[in-house]
Design a protein around this ligand. Structure first.
Ligand SMILES: NC(=O)c1ccc[n+]([C@@H]2O[C@H](COP(=O)([O-])OP(=O)(O)OC[C@H]3O[C@@H](n4cnc5c(N)ncnc54)[C@H](OP(=O)(O)O)[C@@H]3O)[C@@H](O)[C@H]2O)c1
Length: 274
């Protein structure tokens, strides 16, 4: 049995689909099954990382966990070991390597350390920017044809969540990836200007990008994000390190399939913007 945390989210949702298509026994974790939108025939279990006792039922009979970073790893993993779990695949972040001193780098690095100390078999997935982050543009796209962002010309190799999930599937189901850390990106770097155009094409509209100052974006983002995340996100989007702009071949090496482009992602997720 494989337990997928974040099953209602971007990567966990894609992973759930992959595991089901392979007929793997799988259980989906959510904090509130009554609100979770999941396929009707999926085994759903409730649990919250903030209250590790709530995970006892979720972990029962589980061999491997796809784990979202929560900040509660030491206690969560103690419960997992107690329940007899053997393996954990952690959704970490490239920032562990590229920005170890940053807030985002540190929280993911702490999570990795807790996983290493748990004694469980582990793999770390360290993606860079998710293609799904552009969902934040949906309100602008539903109210007009202009998407305003800072750093319109800064290109990053945004990754399709399905590709992170495909690597997670490999790490959960094969022994070849135990003790390995994988930096993951999309196949090519794309700018926000290009991303806006790709979304427009996917939904059959002519969208255009308009540059705004980072300070203006920070103000808007602060309405729904903690200040340290706003700062880290804008720093990453505006001043990526060379390692963060490199498109890597890791997805293809592990899965045998090339990583999907942003254009492909925009087609797959066009419904978010219609
Ligand atoms: N966005 C990026 O560019 C980026 C880059 C590198 C790494 N990452 C990593 O990827 C993560 C986001 O992944 P994602 O986009 O797939 O997630 P997401 O779509 O934002 O979904 C978050 C998931 O986490 C679950 N969750 C939240 N709090 C929980 C808790 N206390 N206990 C149990 N489950 C909880 C939610 O489940 P319910 O609501 O159903 O309970 C939901 O399914 C980030 O947190 C970061 O660690 C992101």
């Amino acid at each position: 049995m494989i337990l997928v945390s974040g099953a209602t989210g971007n990567v966990g949702g894609e992973l759930l689909r992959l595991l089901r298509s392979e007929d793997q026994p799988v259980r989906a974790l959510t904090r509130d099954p009554s609100k979770a939108v999941l396929p009707a025939d999926v085994s759903v279990v409730s649990g919250n990382f903030s209250s590790p006792q709530s995970l006892v039922e979720a972990f029962s009979g589980v061999q491997a966990i796809f784990l979202m970073m929560s900040g509660q790893e030491p206690e969560v993993l103690r419960q997992a070991v107690k329940a007899g779990v053997k393996r954990v695949v952690l959704l970490s972040s490239m920032a562990v390597k590229t920005r170890p001193e940053s807030f985002v780098g540190k929280i993911h690095s702490d999570a990795e350390q807790a996983v290493e100390e748990s004694g469980l078999e582990w793999s770390f997935l360290r993606p860079g920017q998710f293609a799904t982050n552009t969902r934040a543009w949906a309100p602008q796209i539903s109210s007009g044809d202009v998407v305003r962002t800072p750093y319109g010309q800064v290109a990053l190799p945004a990754i399709h969540p399905g590709d992170i999930a495909a690597v997670a599937l490999a790490a959960l189901t094969s022994d070849d990836h135990v003790g390995k850390s994988y930096s993951l990106t999309g196949p090519v770097s794309v700018t926000p200007v290009e991303q806006v155009a790709a979304i427009g094409q996917a939904i059959g509209r002519e969208l255009r990008h308009e540059e705004i100052a980072a300070e203006q974006a920070a103000k808007q983002m602060s309405a729904h994000m903690p200040a340290e995340i706003v700062e880290a996100t804008l720093e990453f989007l505006g001043r990526p390190t060379p390692a963060e702009t490199d498109a890597l071949r890791t997805v293809e090496t592990i899965t045998g399939e090339p990583a999907r482009s942003f254009t492909q992602w925009a087609n797959d997720y066009a419904g978010w913007f219609r």
